[in-house]
Write a protein that binds this ligand. Structure first.
Ligand code: GDP
Ligand code: MG
Length: 162
């Protein structure tokens, strides 16, 4: 079975940017507006000898109403169907209550989860990412999806069992 890797996290953290890089397409809508990817989107990825299905989601921020509720529902569905969850956060924006809520959900589901702090380009990644260790989900991977920095290392570690 090809492993399924879900990209979850708040809107605007860079999930679609990472999806496009992994699948080498421009299919997932990348926007300056939070929450534009409204449905789950699937792509096939090959990296460092691993083949996997990657799932992009609209995002989840913990206070959903209306269309946001739908996005949260499909994020939760993506988590359920995933073998590996990449929990994407924004190193520039810092940790939010939504990040804490999502971390609690992932711990309760006992999903194999990797915390990824995106947008470390041009900032001090180590200090920006320190707080994400408190999510209690282990190592925090630093990434700049827009430049492709940190992507290969993070995928190699998260897919090593496969
Ligand atoms: P999504 O809502 O989580 O899918 O986020 P998007 O992929 O649509 O990206 C949201 C915004 O963050 C866009 O303006 C991207 O260009 C920007 N972005 C994504 N990755 C990076 C990165 O590595 N560094 C910086 N500085 N910006 C990024
Ligand atoms: Mg998106």
């Amino acid at each position: 079975m090809i492993p399924v890797v879900a990209l979850v996290g708040r809107p605007n953290v860079g999930k679609s940017t990472l999806f496009n890089r992994l699948t080498r397409t421009r299919d997932a809508l990348v926007a300056d507006f939070p929450g534009l990817t409204r449905d789950r989107k699937y792509g096939r990825a090959f990296l460092s000898g691993y083949e996997f299905i990657v799932v992009d989601t609209g995002g989840i921020d913990g206070s959903e109403e209306g269309i946001e509720t739908k996005m949260a529902e499909q994020s939760l569905a993506a988590i359920e169907e995933a073998d590996v969850v990449l929990f994407i956060t924004d190193a520039r924006a810092g940790m939010t209550s939504a990040d804490l809520a999502l971390a609690q959900h992932l711990r309760s589901r006992e999903k194999t989860t990797f915390v990824v702090a995106n947008k470390v380009d041009g900032i001090d990644g180590d200090s920006a990412c320190a707080e994400f260790w408190s999510l209690g989900l282990g190592n925090v991977y630093q990434m700049a999806a827009a430049q492709g920095r940190g992507v290969t290392t993070m995928i190699e570690h998260s897919l090593a069992p496969y």
